[in-house]
Design a protein around this ligand. Structure first.
Ligand SMILES: Nc1ncnc2c1ncn2[C@@H]1O[C@H](COP(=O)(O)OP(=O)(O)O)[C@@H](O)[C@H]1O
Ligand SMILES: [Mg+2]
Length: 193
């Protein structure tokens, strides 16, 4: 399968799960994330809101909120095309829908946090392999936004969140793909560095 076919296949697979399977996987995802010291100890953590059949993040977001973490959500950068910006997210956040129909904090009423000061970024993915390569929706948003992390200096740890069924044999790693620290699924935590 090429990348386009693989994306279509995986998105169909995860959409086919029923409500009970989703709820159970969301609990198991939290359990897997808790095995990461970065999830336990990071203070500034970026999360994302579930979209397009992605594994449900609401359970682990509530856990982080209860533990008093400072959370951020990605928003489409209004000026830098193809880049994300991270805005603070709490129960009071004013939300609006972006052009993909995904809720995000209103850029006008929040101050962005530079990605290099975020300790941990939990990100969605469409497929992953045993080496920690990530296939996204095809926009390259996280790759572009995190390209700075190839240079020395502050950088966030990166944890992909997915269903175990999104694992595939081997993905082509492109020059611009940013490797992940770990991937958490309903079946456990895969660590890569
Ligand atoms: N750092 C970057 N600078 C410029 N373009 C990039 C960068 N990272 C990714 N892209 C572009 O984004 C597009 C999608 O990237 P890809 O890795 O296939 O998507 P995804 O990570 O969403 O699966 C590619 O055409 C690639 O050229
Ligand atoms: Mg990529």
């Amino acid at each position: 399968m090429n990348k386009t076919e693989l994306r279509r296949h995986m998105r169909r697979q995860r959409r086919a799960l029923n409500r009970r399977q989703r709820q159970q996987a969301a609990q198991q995802l939290l359990h897997s994330l808790r095995q990461s010291t970065h999830f336990q100890h990071s203070r500034h953590i970026a999360v994302y809101l579930t979209n397009d059949g992605e594994i449900d993040t609401s359970v682990f977001i509530r856990d982080l909120q209860r533990r008093g973490k400072t959370l951020y959500l990605p928003v489409l950068h209004p000026l830098r095309k193809g880049h994300l910006s991270f805005l603070p997210f709490n129960r009071q956040s004013r939300m609006i829908k972006n052009r993909f129909g995904i809720s995000e904090p209103d850029f006008a009423s929040h101050r962005a946090m530079p990605a290099r000061f975020i300790n941990l970024i939990c990100m969605p993915l469409v497929a992953f392999d045993e080496s920690g390569n990530r296939l996204g929706m095809g926009g390259g948003f996280y790759d572009r936004t995190l390209a700075f992390s190839r240079q020395p200096g502050n950088k966030p740890r990166l944890i992909g969140c997915a269903y175990e069924l999104q694992k595939t044999a081997a993905l082509p790693a492109e020059d611009w793909d940013i490797p992940l620290t770990a991937i958490a699924t309903d079946a456990g935590l895969h660590r890569f560095c």
